[in-house]
Design a protein around this ligand. Structure first.
Ligand code: GLN
Length: 505
């Protein structure tokens, strides 16, 4: 058999699976090729840790499984994990930092469930990926280990908090990566770098071993070059886990099969016939960047050509999702991060007086400014006398935001709009934190409601200031409708080539 036409790094998960199964390439060759590329483009800042020896050992084991005929669809596929997932240090040789000084060099004694499942599926772990400290941020500039850079323009941010994941996938350093999304951290960096990412319904992927930020919002998901590749990964990553108290008790799902399932009444030319796509008017405000609006509208036109019908809907509390999220997420974070006190794990201040002084110095040294800001906001809104005014009020509005979505889903099957109000902004701008919070406006509602949502490449900015940067289309589905989202995105990707465009490095 002939070798694949494209270079190895250009192939996605599905194509690599076929090449590996046909023995056109070995997992060891593939791993070595990507390791060389990672070294060549180390300046992008995508990786926080690599371990070539353990990766090659996994690749050799994968090649043996392929030769023995015991391989699955992901056997031998190299990928990398956001450094918010703990990785068993003894097994992988990979530390876990969550992008924080607090966990510098931390050697986890176990793997996150998502990691363990992908390892069990035969994937090869190339390393750990840069992210904002404790996943708090929208640009990857809150990482204690320096920023990741956008491969389309290295002077721009890749988005965040899963910025390293987005950079690595977009730069073709890895075919796919894991990410996490609390308020947009899979979708927004996917949008900023022209890749595909899905945040499943809250509870679909286990949170066990994900360094906790805001537990009622945190979800894991895949970031890859296509909806098809995301479907393959999500099938392996997801499923009930008794070690996560909020894990959804559902049978394992084959998202690839669900993605391919034809719609009733659809045809090859009109695969989306009968699909009603709701456009919330609040997602298309006058202030939306023309670059974003233009790309999103062109993707919607393609979806219409495929048979979908566009309907107007409303999510009236869209704006409120910003204050609601920025109360609830810091409240939960302030509680989750109380464990970093210098006693059991992580950083401990070298010079200190009594125990209280040790706590204070450890936390002052270990946490960066954004994390401290969130701990202070969270502690404030949970404190006696303010709890009812802020936290309780936010919880009530959260419920109303979720109800607004259910009202929309009376009139449509999928909701569509932009992922972010702009394309990727310049690195090192010293933005006001509020600017970043406001830019989360289109991803927060779906997170607060716990709905599945994805970012799908929708073309490129056309204005001069947009710099030709990628734009993502957001698709939001009702609970557990990941299959329908992936089906819609796959149909779009069968008809368009935005997701195939590569940055020149
Ligand atoms: N940008 C949001 C924040 O800073 C979302 C982060 C995330 O989803 N992890 O909280």
């Amino acid at each position: 058999m002939s070798a694949p036409q494209q270079a190895l790094h250009q192939l996605g998960v599905a194509a690599l699976g076929r090449a590996l199964a046909a023995r056109q390439v070995s997992s060891v060759e593939l791993t070595q090729a990507l390791q060389a590329r990672m070294a060549q483009h180390a300046g992008l800042g995508a990786f926080l840790a690599t371990n070539h020896e353990t990766a090659l050992a996994e690749a050799r084991a994968a090649d043996a499984a392929i030769a023995a005929g015991t391989a699955g669809p992901l056997t031998g596929i190299p990928l990398a994990h956001k450094d918010i997932f703990v990785t068993d240090y003894a097994r992988s040789g990979l530390p876990t930092t969550a992008g924080s000084q607090m966990l510098k060099g931390y050697a986890s004694p176990f793997d996150a469930t998502v990691v363990a499942r992908l390892v069990a599926a035969g994937t090869v772990t190339l390393g750990k990926l840069n992210c904002d400290e404790f996943a708090m941020g929208s640009a990857n500039e809150n990482s204690a280990y320096g920023p990741a850079r956008n491969p389309w323009d290295a002077t721009r941010v890749p988005g965040g908090s899963s910025g390293g994941s987005a950079t690595a996938v977009a730069a073709r350093l890895v075919p796919a990566a894991t990410g996490t999304d609390t308020g947009g951290s899979i979708r927004q960096p996917a949008s900023f770098t022209g890749i595909t990412g899905i945040k499943p319904t809250y509870g679909v992927c286990s949170r066990y071993g994900m360094v906790a930020f805001a537990s009622s919002l945190d979800q894991a998901g895949p970031m890859a070059r296509s909806a098809e590749d995301c479907a393959l990964l999500l099938s392996a990553m997801s499923g009930f886990d008794e070690r996560d108290a909020t894990s959804a008790e559902r049978p394992p799902q084959d998202f690839h099969a669900l993605m391919l399932e034809p719609r009733a009444g659809a045809s090859a030319a009109k695969p989306l016939q009968g699909l009603r796509i709701g456009l919330p008017k609040e997602f298309f405000p006058a202030a939306l960047a023309a670059d974003v609006n233009g790309a999103v509208r062109s993707a919607l036109t393609e979806l219409e050509k495929l048979g979908a019908a566009l309907v107007d809907v409303s999510l009236p509390r869209t704006e409120l999702s910003i204050p609601v999220y920025y109360l609830i997420a810091p409240a939960e974070a302030s509680s989750n991060l109380s464990r970093f006190d210098g006693v059991k794990f992580g950083h401990r201040a070298a010079q200190h007086g009594d125990l209280l002084d040790m706590y204070k110095k450890t936390r002052a040294e270990g946490f960066g400014p954004e994390v401290k800001r969130r701990i202070m906001i969270g502690t404030y809104v949970l404190s006696h006398g303010y709890y009812d005014a802020y936290y309780l009020q936010a919880q009530k509005l959260r419920r109303m935001i979720a109800d607004d979505f259910q009202a929309c889903f009376q009139h449509c099957d999928v909701i569509a709009g932009p992922v972010a109000p702009t394309v990727a902004w310049a690195l090192g701008q010293q933005r006001n934190p509020l600017q970043d919070y406001l830019a989360d406006i289109f991803t927060l509602p779906g997170s607060l409601a716990g709905l599945p949502a994805m970012s799908v490449p929708a073309g490129f900015a056309k204005s001069e200031e947009g710099g030709g940067l990628p734009v993502g289309l957001q698709l939001i589905g009702n609970y557990f409708q990941e299959g329908q989202l992936l089906h819609t995105a796959h149909a779009l990707q069968q008809a368009t080539d935005w997701h195939l465009k590569e940055p020149t490095l």
